[in-house]
Design a protein around this ligand. Structure first.
Ligand SMILES: [Zn+2]
Length: 278
């Protein structure tokens, strides 16, 4: 049988001197058997009681002990106020008197418990809110920095004296041409104006058509023009070199892009037609 189960909760009350006589007798009989669990638990309970005497906030009494303390405190308060109940007071006088420090400790304990629970919850909320705000700020700053870096890179490519301009013409009369600027060091900037956005969530995808015989188009990034039909696509690391590329092509593809074109190219520009940007 697990004695700890049977006596564990009584030990704290015993250490406080708050047990009824029958409970105390039963526990003392058991303690006389030198049960190691209960002996250790009693030592811990005595330590706890000594901590409670100073209402140390790090002492964590069980709910059972807390309940018992409050019972005692309430009974004591009832005694003080109910002057008519003298017989009860006489009857209770047979029990061991509640030490003054226990009353103070219980009151302090209650205050500490309520206050620290409230404070902890408040603090938790504040920490959570602060964290959320910091994460949001960090995310937006990262996003802004990424966008700034992209814009700087695009500007560098357009300003790079070593970069080339490639016009991507379209056979469709209702569509405007696109322009690519390709810097061997900094990558490709593909831009368009008044380009009707594809239907639904479909996208425009850039392809590098290799010079090598029989090789397939190399997929690059995708983009969707904004509501005005404008877009700027930065390809910082093109999937091929300009000298190995015959042409740049743009197709319409499902969202996320495709590994191979699923539609014929709508815009094409050959590297042979490339002219220095500046
Ligand atoms: Zn035991």
């Amino acid at each position: 049988m697990s004695n700890a189960d049977q006596f564990g909760e009584l030990l704290e009350a015993y250490a406080l001197g708050a047990l009824d006589a029958p409970e105390r007798a039963a526990l003392e009989a058991h303690l006389a058997t030198n049960c190691p669990e209960c002996t250790a638990a009693l030592a811990e309970a005595r330590w706890l009681v000594s901590q409670l005497a100073y209402a140390a906030p790090d002492a964590a009494p069980s709910d059972m002990l807390r309940g018992r303390l409050m019972q005692i405190v309430r009974a004591e308060a009832a005694q003080e106020t109910a002057s008519a109940a003298r017989e009860i007071r006489v009857a209770r006088a047979a029990k061991p008197a509640v030490p003054y420090w226990m009353w103070a400790a219980a009151a302090a304990l209650l205050v500490v418990a309520v206050y620290s629970t409230w404070t902890a919850r408040k603090l938790q909320e504040q920490v959570y809110e602060t964290n959320q705000r910091a994460i949001a700020e960090l995310n937006s700053r990262e996003k802004i920095e990424e966008e700034l870096a992209a814009v700087r890179r695009e500007a560098s490519i357009l300003a790079d004296p070593g970069s080339f301009k490639i016009a991507l013409a379209t056979s469709q009369p209702d569509l405007a041409p696109m322009q690519a600027n390709w810097s061997p060091q900094l990558g490709i900037v593909l831009s368009g104006r008044k380009i009707q956005p594809p239907a639904g969530d479909r996208v425009l995808q850039l392809w590098l058509i290799p010079k090598a015989e029989g090789s397939k188009p190399i997929p690059s990034q995708t983009v969707r023009p904004d509501a005005n039909g404008n877009f700027v696509l930065l390809v910082a690391t093109p999937p091929g070199a300009m000298e190995d590329t015959k042409a740049l092509a743009v197709t319409e593809e499902p969202a996320g892009g495709s590994p191979l074109p699923t539609t014929p190219p709508t815009w094409v520009g050959t590297t042979a037609s490339a002219s220095p940007t500046r």
